[in-house]
Design a binder for this molecule. Structure first.
Ligand code: ADE
Length: 236
């Protein structure tokens, strides 16, 4: 059994962006309690020359700059020795698109070394040589990997045992069951002419469960039919 807390090491040009939102609310309390650990590594410190250069012009020409492989490799080797079993992730719009199954897989592991990309990209040779797994948080382009790393960690941390107060509260959420969530209601009974669906206040637990299941299916069908098993739209 590995009882070490989930250990995140972030390689970034902007260490001041961390913990950022991860220092508040659920993730922040968990960090204070030692349920996960965060370490930032300032990539600039591994830059070369008087100006601590971390990037250079792309081979073959073109716009933008490319992160230098020697600089990134030095930062990775500084933080992660050969016994480090943590996956090495590179936040990148080219990567495997994050989903709840991947989040769960990462949350079960010892942690992650997360490289935040900037500029036009990262030299391909360091991606190969240090076995970096590219991870995307969606089909859009951010100005850098830092917000993506924060999103990734937020999704992971809430799954770490002991982080969510009510252990049950995650089970019925969107994506955990493969469906989007059913609608929720609370008091008042009447809001601007709209009633809470009577079944929810009927006291019949079985009927409430049936209604929630049907509503989850209806909403998933209307908004995200690609989530139903057997649907192959995702691969279009
Ligand atoms: N860096 C820039 N865009 C990104 C994305 N969509 N996902 C992860 N990292 C990124």
């Amino acid at each position: 059994m590995n009882n070490q807390p989930f250990h995140a090491s972030i390689i970034t040009l902007y260490p001041e962006m961390f913990p950022g939102p991860l220092g508040s609310s659920l993730a922040g309390r968990a960090l204070d309690k030692g349920l996960w650990q965060l370490e930032t590594i300032a990539l600039r410190e591994f830059g070369t020359g008087k100006h601590r250069q971390v990037d250079d012009t792309p081979a073959g020409g073109g716009a933008g700059m490319v992160l230098k492989p020697d600089v990134l490799a030095a930062a990775i080797d500084h933080v992660s020795e050969s016994e480090d079993r943590r996956p090495r992730l590179l936040m990148s719009p080219r990567g495997r698109v994050l989903d709840q199954a991947y989040v769960r897989e990462l949350a079960c592991g010892p942690g992650a070394l997360i490289v935040c990309g900037r500029f036009e990209g990262v030299d391909e040779r360091v991606i190969e040589a240090r076995d970096l797994q590219e991870v995307s948080i969606g089909d859009y382009v951010l100005s850098g990997g830092e917000p993506a790393a924060i999103v990734l960690l937020d999704a992971i941390i809430r799954l770490i045992p002991g982080v969510m107060g009510n252990a049950q509260s995650g089970e019925h959420e969107s994506h955990e069951s493969g469906l989007l969530e059913h609608p929720h209601y609370t008091r008042p009974q009447l809001f601007e002419g709209r009633e809470i669906p009577p079944v929810l206040t009927s006291g019949n637990h079985g009927k409430v469960k049936d209604w929630q299941r049907l509503e989850a299916e209806r909403i998933t069908g209307a908004r995200r039919a690609d989530l139903f098993p057997g649907d192959n739209k995702k691969d279009d």
